[in-house]
Design a protein around this ligand. Structure first.
Ligand code: FAQ
Length: 317
């Protein structure tokens, strides 16, 4: 490696400019970007399953249309993100194989079941809310294709968050049974939503280097706190109780204090032992297997039009 290349990279980062696919970058930077983008892409794709579970049982045509569009958006996000990872030399087939083989992660949150239609609203409000909180700063991430993908993704996630909140407001204005469903969903999703931001800073092996490289702009704990501060007034307006007896405003800190997250549960979920891990990965594998004929057909079509389509060897895997 030439000193000039490293210097140029360091200068680009120091001046808050973007690293682009053709630029030289340290191996560690490339590996970190691939790890984070692949994990993010997998989350969007696996994240279609919990809500997809309710498409056939949506309570009205309007709710079904909204939910279909949302789940479709998540597929689109996964596609942008796989494309961003491909600019770093990662193969889509390889990333899918790693997801199915348990060698690449996806967000812990999608290993929890969706037990009622209120879960659809709570996923929109809390899960998309946490995703936005985490991803808006990533629009300024140092890797160009990732940062640019994030701009569109965040716009769509904001819309998702509002549809979730609107669904919950509607249910809270409904019957006592509907209000109970909402509270039950909040009770189940609140703590897992806080886990989405990753382990506490003291136990986060990647944060320091990722901040230095301008990949992450805030630490896991900073973003978790921002999310709590943002959610409490929204919960009050909604009329639900967040399931944390230690949650209270701290005048001195200018933030809400909150109780301890169960990090043993988080570790179990990311190690593959959450309530739905096996089911989620098995479903993803089945979808991949069932789609083999589509990939084969696309390859056959591409071979017939060699000058129009450049076929990547990855596409067939
Ligand atoms: N789940 O050192 P750190 C969405 C892993 S998209 C599973 O702190 P880092 C949209 C981490 O990978 C949600 N694993 O790691 C939607 C690392 O493992 P490794 C996804 C987790 O990367 C909404 C180890 O723990 N969003 O929701 C989790 O600096 C509704 C140590 O952690 C993104 O991916 C976790 N929660 O920080 C879709 C955003 N947290 O790889 C459908 C981009 C940590 O060393 C419906 N990613 N780990 O073996 C990020 O911002 C970061 O990667 C963090 C983790 C903050 C997630």
């Amino acid at each position: 490696m030439s000193v000039d290349l490293q210097e140029h990279f360091d200068e680009t980062i120091a001046h808050e400019r973007r690293i682009e696919p053709r630029d030289w970058m340290p191996d560690g930077y490339r590996a970190t970007m691939i790890r984070q983008i692949a994990q993010h892409a997998h989350s969007e794709i696996i994240g279609m399953q919990p809500e997809g579970n309710w498409i056939t049982r949506a309570p009205s045509l309007r709710r079904k249309a909204i939910l279909l569009a949302k789940v479709q958006d998540e597929a689109g996000h996964g596609m942008y993100l796989y494309s961003a990872a491909e600019t770093l030399g990662a193969g889509r087939g390889d990333m899918t194989a790693k997801l199915i083989g348990g060698r690449q992660k996806y967000s812990s949150i999608f290993n929890y079941p969706t037990l009622s239609y209120a879960d659809v609203g709570v996923i929109g409000w809390l899960v998309d809310g946490a995703a936005i909180c985490n991803q808006v700063p990533l629009c300024r991430s140092s890797y160009g294709p990732y940062a640019r993908a994030m701009i569109r993704i965040c716009k769509e996630e904001s819309f998702h968050q509002r549809q979730g909140y609107e669904l919950l407001l509607t249910m809270m204005r409904g019957t006592a049974a509907q209000r109970e469903m909402v509270q039950d969903a909040v009770n189940r999703f609140w703590w897992p939503s806080l886990m989405m931001f990753g382990p506490p800073d003291a136990d986060s092996p990647n944060t320091a280097q990722s901040m230095e490289w301008g990949i992450k702009r805030h630490t896991n704990d900073e973003l978790r706190q921002r999310f709590v501060d943002m959610s409490v007034p929204q919960a009050e307006k909604l009329g639900v109780t967040l399931p944390d007896p230690l949650l209270r405003w701290n005048d001195e800190r200018g933030h809400y204090d909150f109780g301890p997250v169960d990090w043993d549960e988080f570790k179990a979920v990311i190690a593959g032992n959450g309530p739905c891990n096996t089911q989620r990965v098995a479903r993803r594998k089945a979808a991949h297997d069932e789609g083999a004929w589509v990939r084969e057909a696309a390859m056959a079509h591409a071979r017939k039009n060699p000058e129009r389509v450049r076929v990547s060897p990855e596409a067939s895997s």
